[in-house]
Design a protein around this ligand. Structure first.
Ligand code: NAD
Length: 358
């Protein structure tokens, strides 16, 4: 063995009941004046913080907008300064955590992340801020949340449509981590475990049609999906993503496709496209983790059985913009298992539009 592995340090609290430790975690991070980002959906958590820490020590910011607009970051920064905030608590999906990251980049405050989707942003040092329709992305360890609370109670109430696309978003991180050019045995094994655990969670979700067990307790599905998404976020931070993420970024950013939906649709077709560049060992491991001879087909079936759209047509992508999208994706420079050309990307997008695998 001969490899390089870069890990990123933060502290994870995982499992049922961990949310109850939030006061102690806030204290451990030195938080005395909190800037809490949370929509009204998670206001009960904010209310509990107010009760235990005191109204004057908690500032609640409830405006969360997709793609982290620069003006929103500025507004939040001003309020955080006025309130002498010394800890950002971000409760929500990638958009809420993204706002916290946009702030931390400038005011250097630590972040406590409380993720309510499976997108994985809480585990990365990656940020994106948009201005005039352009999203600037980057990496900086300043934005890596110091601590993360994964409690299944946070995700158990999400609509099944969101659970489907958000868990597929996590699956995409894991699949691309397996064939990353800078993969190593640690991220590889972690990602394989993630694929297996997420697949189990998805199958449990499909069979019980709920994130809650029949007994009313937190379901295994939810715990598996949340654990898989943690591993996925970690992999996303530790190795480089390839064609799938570049294409999802282009179609999400410049073609207004919703983040989770575009990841869900693209993943089986991109994996199908990549297969010829993957070693037999990777393909074999993936077949075993997904318990299926055809990983692309299995992923598409899982998405469909969870009720998600599985074609670009199904999520409203305009066919006439195919060539334009292919041109942008093909013009990007990134390592990928298979060489790409504008024509090959256009063929890939056409197959994803029509729902065709090889
Ligand atoms: P999101 O945060 O925009 O949430 C989607 C919708 O679901 C919102 O309306 C939100 O209020 C709602 N929601 C969130 N949790 C819910 C729950 N438990 N129950 C019901 N509704 C819930 O979406 P996302 O998919 O979590 O994140 C997508 C954004 O995050 C994108 O902008 C993407 O670029 C970014 N992202 C960044 C990274 C990174 O490392 N920087 C990683 C992944 C995603």
């Amino acid at each position: 063995m001969n490899f390089t592995y870069q890990s990123f340090s933060n502290k994870i609290y995982f499992g049922e009941g961990q949310l109850k430790k939030i006061n102690a975690i806030v204290k451990e991070l030195g938080g005395s004046q909190l800037f809490v980002i949370s929509t009204n959906r998670t206001k009960p958590i904010v209310d509990e913080l107010v009760q235990s820490i005191g109204q004057k020590n908690v500032f609640h910011f409830s405006k969360v907008v997709q793609h982290v607009p620069k003006d929103l970051v500025q507004e939040a920064l001003t309020l955080a300064k006025e309130n002498r905030s010394n800890l950002i608590v971000a409760i929500g999906g990638g958009s809420a955590i993204g706002l916290a990251k946009g702030m931390a980049l400038q005011n250097l405050l630590p972040i406590l992340a409380v993720p309510t989707t499976y997108a994985g942003s809480e585990m990365t040092n990656m940020y994106g801020i948009s201005s005039d329709g352009v999203k600037t992305v980057g990496r900086d360890n300043l934005v890596l949340p110091r601590s993360v609370i994964y409690d299944p109670s946070l995700t158990v109430g999400m609509p099944l449509s969101l659970a489907a696309t958000s868990s597929m978003n996590a699956m995409a991180h894991l699949i691309e981590a397996l064939y990353a050019h800078d993969s190593n045995p640690i991220t590889y094994q972690m990602s394989l475990t993630g694929v297996r655990v997420l697949k189990e969670g998805m199958e449990q979700l499909i069979s019980q049609k709920s994130l809650i067990n029949q007994s009313g307790t937190v379901g295994n599905a939810n715990t598996n999906l949340q654990f898989g998404s943690y591993l996925a976020g970690k992999a996303l931070c530790e190795v480089s993503m390839s064609l799938h993420h570049k294409a999802a970024h282009v179609l999400g950013g410049s073609f207004e496709m919703e983040h989770g939906k575009i990841h869900t649709v693209l993943l089986p077709y991109v994996l199908d496209f990549q297969l010829s560049g993957l070693s037999n060992a990777i393909i074999g491991d993936l077949q075993m983790a997904l318990n299926d001879q055809s990983p692309p087909n299995k992923l598409r079936n899982l998405a469909q059985q969870m009720g998600a759209a599985i074609t670009l047509q199904g999520i409203g992508f305009q066919e006439k913009r195919m060539q334009e999208a292919a041109g942008i994706i093909a013009s990007m420079k990134f390592p990928n298992p298979v060489g790409i050309t504008e024509d090959s990307i256009e063929t890939l997008l056409t197959m994803a539009y029509e729902g065709r695998l090889h």
